[in-house]
Design a protein around this ligand. Structure first.
Ligand code: ME8
Length: 645
């Protein structure tokens, strides 16, 4: 039976002062992946994104260009729409706060809050930052500059009659809601931050400003307009057609997921917004899911904080380095964002890591399966995928990937979902190594047919699973298999039953994921100050110096994240005579299951040291001071504890 409630998912509505960059693209890519995943499960989905336009700085920028603010905003909102289309974002509604439907919903929210006795008039005085559209209480700003470290612009002293919302009355009800609805804020550790914020006491909230003609007029007092943050949150209701309650509202509300960055979780999405809804008697959304920040050298990437790089620019740079389909270049950014960041934690963005992931995962792992099977089908079977039997182990491996990726996507663990799919791609490469169909075509044609049928069917199924993450590339994979694309069914339809590719004439084109030759130096305008490498500065070591060091072979037994450090693992390594705990900065490159079981080389006689409070009894050898890091491993098996010299 189909679910009468659609899956309703939202992103923040973005300020229009910067076009999509890796930060806001991440939120939107995550929302798109969830939307596509749920559509592929046969659910009706409504995915909304949009633009937050009533900021004072929009008015100022429009005036500076001699334009009406609406005309100025139209151009920027179109810029967002076009950029999202290039990234393959399949939103169903694009909401702009300057639209009439949004003004109507906002004014109705305010009216209903007045009816509940939650709004009163008072005087508001404080330091105001035009850029952040925020008042800061005096205690937060002894200095006249904005305390938001990404901004730091001069504050203006402002005093004005304003309307206030009795937010202070909602603390207990909010806490009770969190208690009764453990899934309201995810991840769990973010909920703890929100709870402490509320427990420390909520203040009433100023919800209006003197009118400047660019905002939602305050009901009953046209001298005032609704404060931008207050009106922005209401966009989520506007999309449902509210206050009309008999149309889409019934189907969409309560919202399933508001996706946000951690910057706008505590004060806005987990406190003000639910309190507003309580005040007007509208049920609360099911989940607010907050992710961490993309960082550039440990600082949040933002327009004012630096490191801002547009997604279009990344796709363009990739196109300059390698002959790649432009849609696939955008998919590379989607893939990187979803695989590199652990949802909820911060992650460092670098081009090197992006190109590295493309080469290692897409060109090598996924590309290899195609490159090792399709040319062989062309050469030995006239380009037609042969009949054969589908290998039960590969079948099981793909089914496991499907099950795990579905479970993990539901838990917002996109990285884990891709890990599961890549484990299956890894199994497929190992299967090809073992079967060596390029030899079988000479020695055992039936076995060669089984192997190629199995490989193509597994690729077809994995490409279905990959579609929500990398939609263009996944389609391209299916089209190289010779399959009709664009009419795919649900996961259930596509992943059940026997193999379907036999007899298909493949259509191998140019490689979908050609390897990027990663340039040694960055473009001039990007160049960082040249740091002398540590190796350059080292004095010569005598043979005796070298012999003081003891390198040993060890097997990695476990890899656990070190709390508060995105890049560090606490590894347990068996070095034959004992088990060592080693802290290693490779967590941003390798998921735990790629390390566990691996033979590593460790410096075994280093003095123990504490790293982030965790004792490290040695060091593993790895190449590359920057990402991507490569581990020093052994080209054949030797016993743990063997010395390396
Ligand atoms: O706050 N890392 O809009 P905004 C990760 N209009 N995510 C990032 C990021 C980064 N470095 N930089 C931005 C606003 N984001 C309000 C929202 S909603 C009712 C009103 C993402 O344009 C992240 O999702 O400043 C963050 O919450 C959002 O962009 C802020 O976008």
């Amino acid at each position: 039976m189909s679910d009468p409630k659609a899956y309703y998912i939202t992103t923040p509505i973005y300020y229009i002062n910067a076009l999509p960059h890796i930060g806001n693209a991440y939120t939107t890519i995550v929302a798109d992946t969830l939307a596509r995943f749920n559509r592929a499960r046969g659910r009706e989905v409504v995915f909304a994104t949009g633009t937050d336009e009533h900021a004072e700085k929009v008015l100022q920028a429009a005036e500076a260009q001699g334009l009406e603010p609406k005309v100025f905003a139209d151009g920027l909102a179109d810029g967002f729409r076009e950029a999202w289309a290039r990234l393959g974002i399949t939103y169903d509604d694009f909401i702009r706060t300057s639209e009439e439907r949004h003004h109507r919903a906002t004014r109705e929210v305010v009216r209903r809050m007045m009816d509940s006795g939650d709004i009163y008039k008072g005087d508001y005085e404080g330091w105001y930052c035009v850029s952040c559209a925020t008042f800061f209480p005096d205690t937060d700003s002894d200095s006249p500059n904005c305390p938001n470290e990404e901004c730091g612009k001069p504050l203006e002293r402002r005093k004005q009659p304003s309307y206030f919302f009795r937010l202070s009355a909602y603390g207990d009800r909010l806490l009770a809601h969190f208690e009764e609805n453990p899934e309201f804020v995810v991840p769990e550790f973010r909920k703890n931050e929100v709870v402490s914020f509320i427990e420390s006491g909520l203040h009433d909230c100023c919800i209006s400003r003197s009118s400047n003609g660019w905002g939602v007029p305050f009901p009953g007092d046209e001298e005032q307009q609704v404060y931008v943050w207050f009106d922005a949150l209401i966009n989520y209701l506007t999309v449902t057609g509210w206050p009309d309650e008999d149309g889409d509202y019934q189907r969409l509300w309560p919202c399933d997921v508001h996706l946000v960055g951690k910057d706008i979780l505590t004060r806005f999405h987990a406190t003000l917004w639910p309190a507003m809804l309580m005040s007007i008697g509208v049920p609360l959304p099911k989940t607010v899911a907050a992710h961490g920040f993309w960082l550039n050298k440990d600082r949040k990437i933002s327009k004012s904080g630096g490191g801002l790089v547009s997604v279009d620019q990344l796709a363009e740079e990739m196109g300059e380095m390698v002959e790649v389909d432009r849609d696939v270049a955008y998919d590379a950014v989607r893939y990187f964002a979803l695989r590199e960041m652990t949802f909820g934690q911060d992650a460092e963005f670098s081009r090197e890591a992006l190109w590295g992931r493309f080469n290692a995962d897409l060109a090598n792992d996924l590309g290899n399966v195609l490159n090792r099977s399709l040319p062989l089908i062309e050469r030995s079977f006239e380009g037609v995928i042969p009949e054969g039997s589908y290998d039960p182990d590969i079948d099981a491996s793909v089914k496991r990937a499907a099950k795990l990726s579905e479970e993990r996507v539901d838990d917002f663990d996109f990285r884990g979902a891709l890990d599961a799919i890549w484990e299956s791609i890894g199994n497929l490469n190992k299967y090809l190594d073992t079967k060596a169909p390029w030899n079988l075509v000479r020695d055992d044609e039936a076995a060669a047919k089984d192997c190629l049928l199995t490989t193509c069917e597994a690729i077809r199924r994995l490409s279905i699973l990959l579609t929500p993450f990398i939609p263009h590339a996944a389609m391209e994979v299916r089209s190289q298999l010779g399959l009709a694309v664009g009419t795919e069914g649900t996961f259930e339809e596509e992943l059940s039953g026997g193999p379907r590719v036999a007899g298909t004439k493949i259509a191998r084109g140019k490689p979908i994921f050609p390897r990027i030759k990663i340039p040694k130096s960055k473009p001039a305008e990007e160049a960082e100050p040249v740091e002398k490498s540590v190796a350059d500065e080292k004095p010569k070591a005598s043979f005796d110096d070298f012999m003081k060091l003891e390198f040993r072979v060890g097997t990695c037994l476990s890899a656990e994240p070190v709390e508060g450090a995105d890049k560090l693992y606490r590894l347990k390594v068996d070095i034959g005579t004992e088990e060592r705990q080693v802290v290693a900065g490779v967590a941003h490159v390798f998921p735990p299951d790629e390390l566990v079981g691996k033979k590593l080389v460790i410096v075994a006689n280093l003095e123990p040291a504490k790293i982030r409070g965790v004792e490290s009894q040695g060091m593993i050898l790895a190449a590359g001071e920057k990402d991507p890091v490569a581990l020093v491993t052994l080209d054949r098996d030797v016993e743990n504890g063997e010395r390396v010299r």
